[in-house]
Design a protein around this ligand. Sequence first.
Ligand code: PGA
Ligand code: ZN
Length: 409
Amino acid sequence: MSKVRKISSHKILNSRGDWTIETEVTLEDGSVGVQAVPEGASKGENEAIGLPADKAVEIVETVIADALSGEEASEQEALDEVLIQMDGTPNKSHLGGNSIMSVSLAVSKACAVSKGLELYEYLNLLYSGRIVDGDKLKFPTPVFNILNGGKHARNHLSFQEFMVIPSRSINFEKALEIGDKVYHTLEENLVAQGSQTGVGDEGGFAPEGFTAAKALSEIRKAAKQNFTVGKDLFFGMDAAAESFYKNGKYCIEEEALELDRVNMFEYYKALQTEYELVYLEDPFYEKDIEGWKMANKEFSKKMMVVADDLVVTNSGFLENVIKNELANAVIVKPNQVGTLSETLRFIKKAQEAGMSIVISHRSGETGEDTFIADLAVAVGADFLKAGAPVRGERVVKYNRVLEILNETH
Ligand code: PGA
Ligand code: ZN
């Protein structure tokens, strides 16, 4: 294989107009891998810390470049271990989760180029030790966040994401068609009723004056105009409950509600029954473990109870979630933990525990980055969450999966 020759980095703007970094790793055989870093707005408390872009660039080009130059690039685990050891903190706050992630992922891209493989093939090799034949690949089901609130919108809707999820049995291309059709139907309906059609950070509409029930009923109405609910598609929510948890209460201001854990649970139960939700992410604040237990016990037979802020792509936290039966599905965001190796170990552990895998973007994304699309295909993830079927930085992920599908089928 080939050794690392050069690592350079620079600042770029992300989809929210915030500075992030993009790192380029060049191998001795001339192969190049480039990786930009996304950023969340509703972050878990235990996520890897991103340093300011200028500082992160400096760290990549000095400390990290010095340590990894001349090292064998195909030894992904060994390189990641060097980064983890050099950082030496539980949340990558010394070298920065963003500096580390950009290098770790860029190395894998350079190696794929060097070996003449597609990125998903190389990731597949890293993940399972062999490359799965194209016609045997498992494609993720897209999860479309088509109505935004919480920290992703400037409206007054407490809950962060309302989603349309095509049936698992529908192929990826048809699933994209379904998400796109529901999105545009919803848009027409919002216009007809005089609601705003401005969008939030992930491309979903962000109308004013909506409650969770109103959001779900509008989505259901739009869905029913062309599809059969329960057959073609289903609904889900990412509450991102941390963002409306204040002083021990869940404060849903648009309904003037201050709910304790049990009432919050009852609130979700009513929504689940009415809208037959199949997906509920971060229903409780990450430290409200009793809430999580309650949710998973009641809902896990009916739907996916999805841990995001609760696990932050970290195997240590995942162990706790498995042991205490807090969720039956997990979000995977490489920048929550920092290195590719840790991300792959997390996915393996969750899959072995029988959990569903949801590979996810962040609310602040970059226009060309499609790493998560290749990752989702490489590990046989159940779902890919990349926002609404609009806006360049969102559709580029969906389009990359489509490209892989077309190339292999
Ligand atoms: P974030 O939100 O990228 O702003 O953290 C995404 C999510 O909560 O799933
Ligand atoms: Zn989330």
